[in-house]
Design a protein around this ligand. Structure first.
Ligand code: SF4
Length: 408
């Protein structure tokens, strides 16, 4: 449903209500996107894209005068200012008597209690540390908490919590709590991301009941559908999910057989994201990754044979000049040896040292200087040029993955 409303000051508001969202445009420079519960998800204002996370933080992204992408987290006061301005704008729109279907979401938006929503979010979830870029809009379900390794020297994403696996009854309660938290806003989420870092490390006999909990709560789109059929299925099943998506590390993947992956596919698993980081074994050892590139290549082969889609994440710039030549050559060779097809994705993630990780100290001790953006871009270009896999659509997509863009 779409409608133009004339406001009291003669400005035109364009409103579009879909199954997923309400979008309110007050001219080309001011657009609000709300989920169906009235919770604001994004704002475009004054040339900046503002993405609001469920924890209340707001990430602003824009291009500066030279075309360079910029981003910054807004302070609390500025974030509150965004909500205040939105409240004033939505009040003006409500005064123009929108039709009942739109008025109902606008009324929810004007009454939305953000402080209570943030408090509920923290009751339902442990921090959601990271997702793959194509899963930012997923519905996260934390079947496990933390990372079972926490050894990689560049990563501090899960050092704030101990690894643990939920029992099926606890996981079922978590699913119900997540559904209640999102309310009508759940319609914006069309996939499940099974978190945290490596939920697939759970032994198969314990993992299948966790997938059964998901199947009891959601309908999953059949794996055989493609293209237009997928869109039709999603339209016909407004509460249905396109599937389950999850990270896996090489060691966890090594413990799963092709048959295990096939069983998970039957229960809704669709794409698995593996952090290869590099194909260069000396670099992986120096980074203290829990497995070798060869293990990860084998795991990808098994996942593909089980009919799963795969996302392979490469960390560009890590290890600096010292490892650069080996990182480029061996990473391209590792990717080229994977049976990746048009359903798969290679992510190039520019490495930025995390000050909470040991990387910077270890790099300094080894005389490895932090990568500059130019060094990282050059390395990525060299890797891409060495990939001999077919180009999309026959071969995997090659996409950027900047961790700094993540908002849940
Ligand atoms: S990179 Fe992955 S496996 Fe390594 S510590 Fe981080 S979450 Fe764990």
């Amino acid at each position: 449903m779409q409608i133009d409303l004339t406001l009291a000051d003669d400005a035109i508001a364009h409103l579009r209500l879909s199954a997923a969202a309400l979008t309110i445009s007050l001219g080309p420079d001011l657009v609000y996107t709300l989920d169906r519960s009235g919770r604001v998800i994004g704002v475009f204002a004054d040339g900046r894209n503002l993405r609001r996370g469920l924890d209340g933080r707001v990430l602003a992204r824009w291009r500066d005068d030279t075309g360079v992408r910029r981003r910054e987290w807004l302070g609390a006061e500025e974030s509150e200012g965004v909500l205040r301005r939105m409240g004033e704008d939505l009040t003006r729109v409500m005064a123009a008597n929108p039709p009942p279907a739109l008025a109902s979401t606008l009324t929810s938006a004007l009454a939305f209690d953000y402080a209570a929503d943030i408090a509920r979010f923290h009751q339902v979830y442990r921090p959601v540390s990271i997702l793959p870029p194509d899963q930012y809009q997923a519905l996260v379900m934390q079947a496990t908490e933390g990372c079972s390794f926490n050894t990689c020297t560049f990563c501090a994403l899960y050092r704030d919590r101990a690894f643990r696996i939920k029992q099926p009854d606890e996981f079922a309660k978590h699913i119900a709590a997540v559904q209640a938290f999102f309310g009508a806003g759940i319609s914006m989420r069309r996939s499940i991301f099974l978190a945290d870092a490596n939920a697939l490390i759970v032994p198969q006999a314990r993992l299948l009941p966790l997938f059964d909990c998901l199947a009891a709560a959601f309908a999953f789109m059949p794996a055989e559908l493609a293209g237009r059929e997928q869109a039709q299925w999603l339209r016909a099943h407004p509460a249905g999910m396109s599937g389950v998506f999850a990270f896996v590390d090489g060691l966890s993947a090594e413990r799963k057989s092709e048959q295990d992956f096939a069983e998970l596919r039957e229960r809704g698993l669709r794409r698995v994201y593996i952090g290869l980081e590099s194909g260069h074994e000396p670099l992986l050892e120096w980074l203290r990754k829990p497995c070798s590139a060869a293990d990860m290549i084998e795991a990808v082969v098994r996942m593909k044979e089980a009919g799963l889609q795969v996302g392979v994440i490469v960390m560009v710039g890590v290890g600096g000049q010292r490892f650069s030549a080996g990182h480029i050559a061996d990473t391209a060779a590792a990717l080229n040896s994977m049976p990746l097809t048009g359903d798969d994705i290679i992510y190039f993630s520019p490495f930025q040292p995390d000050p909470d990780s040991p990387y910077e100290d270890l790099a300094a001790a080894a005389d490895i200087v932090p990568p500059t953006p130019e060094f990282t871009r050059k390395q990525e270009r060299a890797m891409r040029a060495s990939i001999t896999l077919p180009p999309p659509l026959a071969g995997p997509k090659r996409v950027p993955y900047n961790l700094a863009d993540f908002v849940y």
